[in-house]
Design a protein around this ligand. Structure first.
Ligand SMILES: CC(C)(COP(=O)(O)OP(=O)(O)OC[C@H]1O[C@@H](n2cnc3c(N)ncnc32)[C@H](O)[C@@H]1OP(=O)(O)O)[C@@H](O)C(=O)NCCC(=O)NCCS
Length: 299
């Protein structure tokens, strides 16, 4: 495809750039929350590249490249506004993002697609399906009364006990992340654990002062009546005692108390236990996301 001289791809620098980047994500993924400009800035890192694609000064798409939490991977996400598709913008963005990922010393490109058109694009560039995630949604229409937690469990929030989440990385975080139903092991540094996995509110189950379970909500700055469940997890020695049900119900009770009407959650297709738990709580399956990968040095 010939290079389009009117197409400019540049990194986000100003708050206006970050806001324009957010607006592309909201337009392409209206069913997902997009974090605020402040959170985007706070979570920036040297590995992450966020770009805007402009044609004749008009934003037509955006891109995101970063080190993936999947070991040895770099993630690339080109997104093009629907009215500007099939004009080579996605191709130009992908090439730009791949160039950045080459500097990260990884071997595999990772991406994702939720619709057939994007899958066609991904196949065109050599990506293949490696996993699936399922979205399940809970609609709130009244208060939620959590079942009691197991004996000897105290539930607090990470926000009221600063330092607990960080301290939970080794004994709790690494263990529960190792149990994800993923095609490639997760590689989450302590810094990422704190920067990307902690949501607000995050409910923590404590046994003898140690974190043994968690469930939380990522709020949506653009749609205050909906939120996404953050990590729900229980340490292996505490599984099978109703702790995950209790913690997830705590998030739903919080949502009801704060006027939310919808909570959605994404779970690996292979995580039958979590999907069954959500179904039992009253979540309905609403969407499927395809996870994709390709060797970096492949065409
Ligand atoms: C995927 C996406 C970025 C493509 O953007 P785009 O600007 O339309 O892509 P391009 O014009 O560069 O397409 C390049 C080639 O991909 C293939 N392709 C793209 N869209 C396609 C479609 N709807 N059907 C079939 N093939 C398609 C074609 O081979 C196309 O070349 P052609 O137009 O000469 O036939 C865009 O659809 C999008 O934003 N999707 C949602 C976000 C997403 O899922 N991104 C991750 C994808 S890995």
């Amino acid at each position: 495809m010939p290079t389009d001289p009117a197409l400019d791809i540049s990194p986000c620098v100003t708050d206006d750039d970050y806001e324009a980047w957010r607006q592309v994500r909201i337009a392409v993924l209206p069913y997902e929350r997009t974090i605020s400009v402040a959170e985007l800035r706070e979570s920036s890192s040297p590995d992450r590249l966020m770009v805007l694609a402009r044609r004749d000064g008009v934003v037509v798409g955006h891109g995101l490249a970063d080190r993936s939490s999947m070991a040895g991977g770099g993630s690339v996400t080109p997104r093009v506004l629907p009215e500007h598709r099939r004009h080579g913008v996605g191709t130009a963005l992908l090439e730009h993002l791949v160039e950045h990922v080459r500097t990260l010393g990884v071997e595999t490109l990772r991406s994702g697609a939720d619709d057939d058109d994007s899958m066609a694009f991904a196949h065109r560039f050599g990506f293949v399906e490696v996993n699936r995630e399922v979205e399940q949604t809970f609609h709130l229409d009244g208060p939620v009364e959590p079942t009691p937690p197991p004996d000897d469990i105290e539930v607090v929030t990470a926000q009221e006990r600063p330092g607990l989440w960080e301290a939970a990385y080794e004994r709790f975080g690494l263990e529960v992340l190792a149990d994800f139903a993923v095609d490639t092991p997760l590689e989450v540094t302590r810094e990422n654990w704190v920067r990307e996995w902690l949501v607000d509110p995050m409910f923590l189950a404590l046994a003898d002062g140690e974190v043994v379970g968690c469930a939380g909500l990522g709020l949506d700055p653009d749609q205050p009546t909906r939120a996404e469940n953050g990590l729900t997890a229980v340490r292996r020695d505490w599984r099978g005692r109703g702790l995950a049900v209790h913690l997830k119900q705590r998030t739903l009770a919080w949502a009801a108390e704060h006027g939310l009407t919808e909570v959605y959650t994404w779970t690996q297709d292979g995580n039958a236990a979590m999907r069954a738990l959500n179904t039992r709580l009253g979540y309905a399956t609403t969407r499927v996301g395809i996870q994709l990968a390709r060797p970096l040095h492949d065409g």
